[in-house]
Design a protein around this ligand. Structure first.
Ligand code: UGA
Length: 449
């Protein structure tokens, strides 16, 4: 099949490379000539494990190409994916659909013959209806079927997620021809046991937002349970395991942390909340999730203060991990941003190390941090070390060496990377999440009082 993808950002590029790898002929289009020139020369503008080699092999086999010119590839395509950005609109938090509608107008002028136009960008309910209206207005003769085909891939695991998805969702206007075309696009996947779910367009659009909102809520739930564990002397990792073994709950996305970040959950929860309010069906659970998550990030700084004995004034805090999660260089809505700002406001000097995020961190954090060249250089002379992102390289640090290098050995582990006993034996004061004083110790200390 011939496929054109408008927008060579995260979703567009991964989709393009994977569909080419399935054997389709794919052209990725982007209006940014620098990005296209980079891709044509075999370079990847984003950090995603495995993507560079997938792009290279498929470009060499001439199944994948890159261009700024939309008309040619769209004219030849059986399917055109719209995978442009949908950032939060300034002021009201609604998704900004300017790029989606601009792409729809360009497609309208370029299509030849029957073409399926699939929105891959995360778009609010009703957007496909509007895309269809925009296309018909720009070119009443266009023979198109507009479908919704949301993407569920995670940064850092994007290729695996694309090639082995839990499900593929396609929303159409009860249009068998469009369904057949989309089934053909994803044929290698459902041959591989991934179910394909056909729905109407609005349902499909809402599935995407509901999935992200539910996952954000699940993380926020375990984060609040972690806080409760600390108060009542229970252990959140065991609670998570105990509830996660119930198939109705499931074990994934129950890792307590400093709050969710990234380019999707923060933006999509707010957009869904706004849609719900506008339609007179407010989602109170999501409203609370958003508020609790916002407060959590700065609350993490208070944990550092208390581990340091009540004050950070004049102290140096070493931060390990800046990106919103491991295996990405993405700093969007990273918890580290609010945590570091709060640490600085409380009088600390911050030194930080991240395996991939330095370039983007400089743009976001400006002068607030000094960047270190490795974890050991980062902790030298520090009064506390805070693990904010659970990169693998932080899982087996030489704790004895770090304890010797620090001015005071204090570790605040916001991802529960370590076990308390393996850290305290090196003389550290150790604080993590949801690891309360256990029942027996509590009873003993109460008895002693
Ligand atoms: C998320 C969804 O997981 C994808 O399914 C979806 O396609 C994507 O958004 C999107 O809409 O494009 P992503 O933002 O790449 O993917 O990252 P996640 O792995 O979901 O992590 C999001 C945040 O939640 C991170 O800050 C992470 O640290 C946090 N998290 C995740 C936790 O704090 N605890 C967990 O147990 C899991």
């Amino acid at each position: 099949m011939r496929i054109a993808i408008i927008g060579s950002g995260y979703v567009g590029l991964v989709t393009g490379a994977c569909l080419a790898d399935f054997g389709h002929h794919v052209t990725c289009i982007d209006s940014n000539p620098k990005k296209i020139a980079l891709l044509q020369s075999g370079e990847i503008p984003i950090f995603e494990p495995g993507l560079a080699s997938l792009v290279r092999t498929n470009s060499q086999s001439e199944r994948l190409s890159f261009t700024t010119g939309l008309a040619g590839p769209v004219g030849e395509a059986d399917v055109v994916f719209i995978a442009v950005g949908t950032p939060s609109r300034r002021g009201d938090g609604h998704a900004d659909l300017t790029f989606v509608y601009a792409a729809a107008r360009d497609v309208a002028r370029a299509v030849r013959g029957f073409t399926v136009v699939a929105t891959k960008s995360t778009v609010p309910v009703g957007t496909c209806d509007e895309v269809e209206r925009v296309i018909r207005k720009a070119n009443p003769q266009a023979h198109v079927a507009v479908v919704s085909n949301p993407e569920f891939l995670r940064e850092g695991a994007a290729i695996e997620d694309f090639k082995r998805p839990d499900r593929i969702v396609v929303g159409t206007l009860d249009d068998q021809r469009a369904r057949d075309v989309m089934a053909q696009v994803y044929r290698p996947l459902f041959l591989n046991q991934s179910p394909i779910l056909f729905t109407d367009r609005r349902t499909s659009e809402l599935i995407k937002y509901s999935a992200n909102a539910f996952l954000a809520m699940k993380i926020t739930f375990i984060n609040e349970i972690a806080d409760l564990c600390e108060q009542v002397g229970a252990h959140v990792q065991e609670v998570a395991r105990g509830i996660g073994l119930d198939n109705r709950i499931g074990a994934k996305f129950l890792n307590a942390g400093p709050g969710y970040g990234g380019s999707c959950f923060p933006k999509d929860t707010v957009a869904l909340m706004k849609t719900a309010q506008d339609n007179g069906a407010p989602l109170r659970l999501i409203e609370t999730t958003v508020a609790v998550n916002d407060q959590r990030k700065r609350a993490m700084a208070r944990k550092v203060v208390s581990a340091c004995g009540g004050s950070l004034r004049g102290k140096t805090v070493a931060v390990l991990g800046l990106t919103f999660k491991p295996n990405t260089d993405d700093m969007r809505e990273a918890p580290s941003i609010s945590i570091i700002q709060a640490l600085v406001d409380l009088g600390a000097r911050v030194r930080a190390f991240d395996p991939a995020g330095h370039e983007q961190a400089v743009a976001v954090l400006n002068e607030t941090v000094v960047l270190a060249r490795d974890p050991y250089n980062c902790v030298e002379g520090a009064h506390a070390v805070v693990i904010i992102t659970e990169w693998d390289v932080f899982r087996a640090l030489d704790l004895a060496q770090i304890a010797r290098q620090m001015a005071t050995p204090v570790m605040v582990d916001l991802r529960n990377v370590y076990r308390r006993d393996e850290v305290v034996k090196h003389g550290f004061t150790y604080a993590n999440l949801g690891d309360g004083v256990c029942g027996d110790e509590r009873t003993l200390s109460v008895a002693a009082e």
